[in-house]
Design a protein around this ligand. Structure first.
Ligand SMILES: Cc1ncc(COP(=O)(O)O)c(C=O)c1O
Length: 497
């Protein structure tokens, strides 16, 4: 039964218009005429909310224009909020005022100490590897390019010979840093290889960033809800969390952030402006620019966590905030954990004007890297294997997300809401009261199913009626049946009250 589940739809960023890198590729002004015509069709009421728009290909044929021109026209309407894209399904009519939204708590509270590690610990310790993997934010290992990774390991192992077993010293191998810098240049980042430090995953990069710009007791502005790894880091470093309301469609909200800066002066802002965990939200490009400008004016560093960035966008990924950083105020952190090999622990940090502090902290702490893995990763990034893999991965993820959403719609109790991600593989689900997600988690574990309960994503283990589901798995009957079992559990918990 489809029972009143509310999906929040969201836009894919219209990066072409705002990203100055791609101005040269803008199609001819025909797109404006076509956009005007489509706008008039929508205004006439000929199409209703949810109706599918004409495809770009048909539009191009009908209007005798190129495919990029037709696409640009559709993207104009998308940027205006009139239509929205669904991965691999095309554009649909959006009726802005009829789209119910997940409640965003716009209430600003002050900085709070983080105390969620006990919840995290109990959840980590109960996690077993053979759970149905709806919990951890990881792509299905079968979806990773194992053969290409193994080939690169073998070839590099032979080439490096005994040196492969040595240490890689900070800032990490130059071949890998070059590759990362040149890939980042494609979306507009302007850091050179010698401004990068290779780290043990994004987690170490985030730790180094926080260490570089914060003192114990400081407040750090974070998204609400926030990735639990960020919360654990804050707790570990004795930092307070200043929660900023975050829109399920457009990410970190700038007005409350500006207010929070005025009243509480955080030492840093730590956010994922492209594909946020757990919401899947991405800030529109113009808002990213505003965020960078706001923080540069305030002299507050932005720690940008971009681990899901490569999963965004249809072709070229949208620019991260780092693309708009003119003053070195953005500390950019990322890794290959969500797309290639989480266990290889290859991450990096481009710390802008904090580079010296970060390098110093890297040398003073966990300084050694693995040359074999760094060199092999550099080879994979050079070979074209990564881009091929990314295209396939994104399309599999889109299928996985679609299938899980459909099953949630069919099996969760009325009043549940889903923040539908346009990119990434995480699904944030609001459950109707009085369901307690920790209880759902406990009962799901007993059935051999992993889920991530809402309290993991809040500094004081709140958000009790939210769940995060990982959709980066083959949507087999077994997996979808597990989603249905979670739905059944939720029904039971509503009845018990
Ligand atoms: C938002 C976010 N940042 C960072 C990480 C950690 O990345 P890594 O495995 O590269 O340390 C994760 C992992 O789930 C994440 O979701």
């Amino acid at each position: 039964m489809a029972l009143g589940i509310v999906c929040i739809v969201r836009f894919i960023e219209n990066q072409t218009v705002q990203n100055d890198m791609s101005l040269s590729t803008l199609p001819s002004p025909h797109y404006r005429r076509i956009a005007d015509m489509l706008r008039m069709t929508l205004a006439s009421g000929a199409l209703r909310a949810g109706d599918r728009m004409i495809s770009a290909r048909k539009l191009a044929e009908r209007e005798q224009v190129s495919l990029p021109t037709a696409l640009e026209a559709l993207r104009c309407l998308e940027a205006e909020g009139l239509i929205f894209a669904r991965p691999r399904s095309g554009y649909f009519v959006r009726q802005a005022d009829a789209v119910p939204s997940m409640q965003v708590d716009r209430q600003l509270s002050g900085p709070v100490p983080v105390a969620m590690s006990a919840v995290a610990r109990s959840l980590f310790s109960s996690a077993e590897t053979r759970l149905v993997p709806l919990g951890a934010a990881l792509p299905d290992p079968e979806w990773l390019p194992t053969e290409a990774l193994q080939r690169a390991l073998l070839a590099t192992g032979r080439r490096l010979d005994a040196r492969g077993q040595s240490y890689s010293l900070p800032p990490g191998r130059a071949d890998l840093r070059n590759k990362i810098a040149s890939r980042a240049a494609q979306w507009g980042a302007r850091f050179a290889a010698d401004e990068l430090v290779i780290t043990a995953g994004a987690t170490q990069a985030l730790r180094l960033a926080l260490r570089a710009v914060c003192q114990p007791g400081d407040a750090v502005a974070i998204e609400q809800p926030a990735y639990f790894g960020t919360l654990l880091l804050l707790e570990d470093l004795g930092l307070k969390a200043l929660q900023i309301p975050t829109d399920p469609l457009e990410g970190l909200m700038l007005e409350p952030l500006a207010e929070a800066i005025q009243h509480h002066r955080p030492a840093a802002v730590l956010a994922s402006p492209t594909v946020q965990n757990p919401l899947g939200a991405s800030m529109p490009v113009a808002r990213k620019q505003e965020l960078v400008a706001l923080l540069a004016r305030a002299g507050i560093p932005l720690i940008e966590d971009d681990v899901y960035g490569d999963l965004a966008g249809e072709g070229q990924r949208p620019p991260a905030c780092k693309a708009f950083d003119r003053s070195g105020n953005v500390i950019y952190c990322s890794s290959l954990s969500k797309t290639l090999a989480p266990g290889w622990r290859i991450g990096w940090i481009a710390a802008g004007r904090y580079h010296a502090q970060v390098l110093q902290a890297r040398m003073a702490g966990e300084w050694a890297g693995a040359p074999l893995l760094e060199a092999a990763m550099s080879e994979v990034l050079s070979s074209g294997d990564y881009d091929r893999h990314l295209r396939r991965l994104k399309s599999r993820i889109a299928e996985g997300v679609k299938a899980v959403i459909a099953r949630v719609e069919a099996s969760f109790p009325p009043g549940s809401r889903v923040a539908m991600p346009a990119a990434g593989f995480l699904l944030w689900v609001e459950l109707p009261q009085p369901i307690n997600a920790l209880e759902v988690h406990r009962r799901a574990l007993a059935l051999g199913i992993g889920v991530s309960p809402g309290p993991l994503f809040s500094p004081a283990a709140e958000l009790q009626n939210y769940l995060r589901l990982n959709c980066a798995n083959e949507p087999t009957p077994h997996l979808l049946n597990a989603v249905g079992q979670i739905g059944a559990l939720c029904h039971e918990l509503v009845r018990v009250g």
